[in-house]
Design a protein around this ligand. Structure first.
Ligand code: HEC
Ligand code: HEC
Length: 280
C-alpha cells in the first residue's frame, strides 16, 4: 500500500515538473524581448492613400486573418492548442504609435518588445516604407465596431509544447530589407510581400494551415496560360478547375484586388525565375 502511494506521489511529482517545464520554457520564448529599433514613418491622410492601404491589406493577407473589415478574428480555437486570435485593428491602433505599428508589421515585434506569433512577417518584412505607411493609414481610419472580436491569444498545453519545441516560431525578422518606395519591378515585389508567405520559389512546402502542399511557385506560374493565371488570382479557380482550398480562399479574400498589369508583372517575373532553375 505504502509503495503504491509512493509511486503515485512520484508520478504526480513528474507530472508537476513536466507542467512547470512546459509553462516556464514556453513563457520564456513568449516573453523574450527583441531589440529592434523603431524607425519613424510618415503616414499619409488623404483618401487615395487610405484606399490604396485598404487594397494592399487585402493583397498581403491582413484582411484575411484580421477580418475583412479589420475587426479581428478567431483563427483557431482548440482546448489543447489554445485560442489563436488576431486583434481588431482599431484596438491596436489606439495603443500603438505609427513607428510601433511599422515595427510590428515588418519585424513581428510587439509594442513591449516581445515577439508576435503567426504573423507572416517573412513576406511583410519586404513591404516598402510608402506601402507600409498606406496600410497604417488604412488601419488608423478604422473605427471600433460592435461586431469586433473580443477573443485574445491564449495558448493551450499543446500550443505551448509546439512553441517550446520550436515548431511554432516567433514571427520576428531582424534585418532591414525593405525599400523606401515601391520598386519599379512590382512582379518580384508582390511575390515577396504576398505569395512568399506560403510559396517557396523552386520547391514545394507544406502549407501553414492544414496539410495541403504548396507547389513551387516559379515553374507552376510559368506553365500557366496568362488568362488562366488572371482567373486563378481573381477567383481562386485554377486551370484544372479542382478546388484549390487555401489558394482559393486567399484569392477570394485578397489577391482579386491585384490589377491586370500587376498580375502580368508577377507572371513575367516568375517565368524569368523558372528559366533560372538548374536542370534536375
Ligand atoms: C496569417 C494570419 C495573419 C496575417 C496575414 C496578418 N496577421 Fe497580424 N496578427 C495575427 C495574429 C494571430 C496576431 C496576434 C499575434 C500574437 O499576439 O502573438 C496578429 C497581431 C498583429 C499586430 C499586433 C497586435 C497587438 O495586439 O499587439 C499587428 C499590428 C498586426 N497583426 C498587423 C497586421 C497587418 C498590418 C497585416 C497585413 C500587412 C497583418 N497583421 C497580417 C495574424 C495575422
Ligand atoms: C495563404 C497561402 C497562399 C498564398 C499567400 C498564395 N498561395 Fe498560391 N497556393 C497555395 C496553396 C495551398 C496551393 C495549392 C493548392 C492545391 O494544389 O490544392 C497554391 C497553389 C497555387 C498555384 C497552382 C494552382 C494549380 O493550378 O494547381 C499557383 C499558380 C499559385 N498558387 C499562385 C500564387 C500566387 C501568384 C500568389 C501570390 C500573388 C499565391 N499563390 C499566394 C497557397 C497560397
Amino acid at each position: 500500500m505504502r509503495i503504491i502511494k509512493r509511486i503515485g506521489l512520484g508520478l504526480v511529482a513528474i507530472v508537476v515538473l513536466a507542467v512547470v517545464v512546459l509553462y516556464a520554457g514556453s513563457e520564456w520564448t513568449l516573453r523574450r524581448g527583441y531589440d529592434v529599433a523603431l524607425t519613424p514613418v510618415a503616414v499619409p491622410h488623404d483618401a487615395a492613400s487610405i484606399a490604396e492601404g485598404a487594397r494592399l491589406a487585402k493583397i498581403t493577407g491582413c484582411r484575411d486573418c484580421h477580418g475583412a473589415n479589420g475587426g479581428g478574428a478567431v483563427l483557431l480555437k482548440d482546448p489543447m492548442l489554445g485560442t489563436i486570435a488576431s486583434p481588431p485593428f482599431s484596438q491596436v491602433a489606439a495603443r500603438y504609435s505609427d513607428a510601433e505599428l511599422l515595427r510590428a508589421i515588418r519585424h513581428g515585434v510587439r509594442r513591449d518588445g516581445s515577439a508576435l506569433f503567426i504573423m507572416p512577417t517573412d513576406a511583410h518584412t519586404y513591404l516598402a516604407d510608402d506601402d507600409a505607411a498606406r496600410i497604417i493609414a488604412w488601419i488608423r481610419s478604422l473605427k471600433a465596431q460592435p461586431t469586433d472580436s473580443r477573443e485574445t491569444m491564449r495558448l493551450g498545453p499543446l500550443g505551448r509544447g509546439l512553441v517550446l519545441a520550436g515548431k511554432v516560431r516567433p514571427s520576428v525578422q531582424i534585418p532591414e530589407v525593405s525599400a523606401h518606395t515601391r520598386p519599379a519591378d512590382v512582379g518580384k515585389y508582390f511575390v515577396d510581400i504576398s505569395c512568399a508567405a506560403c510559396h517557396k520559389m523552386y520547391e514545394p512546402s507544406p502549407a501553414h494551415h492544414g496539410n495541403q502542399i504548396v507547389p513551387a511557385l516559379a515553374p507552376i506560374a510559368a506553365a500557366y496560360d496568362p488568362a488562366a493565371f488572371r482567373t486563378l488570382l481573381r477567383t481562386g479557380v485554377g486551370a484544372s478547375k479542382r478546388d484549390l482550398g487555401l489558394m482559393r480562399m486567399v484569392a477570394v479574400a485578397g489577391m482579386h484586388a491585384l490589377t491586370d498589369e500587376e498580375i502580368a508583372a508577377i507572371q513575367a517575373y516568375l517565368t524569368a525565375e523558372a528559366a533560372k532553375v538548374p536542370a534536375q
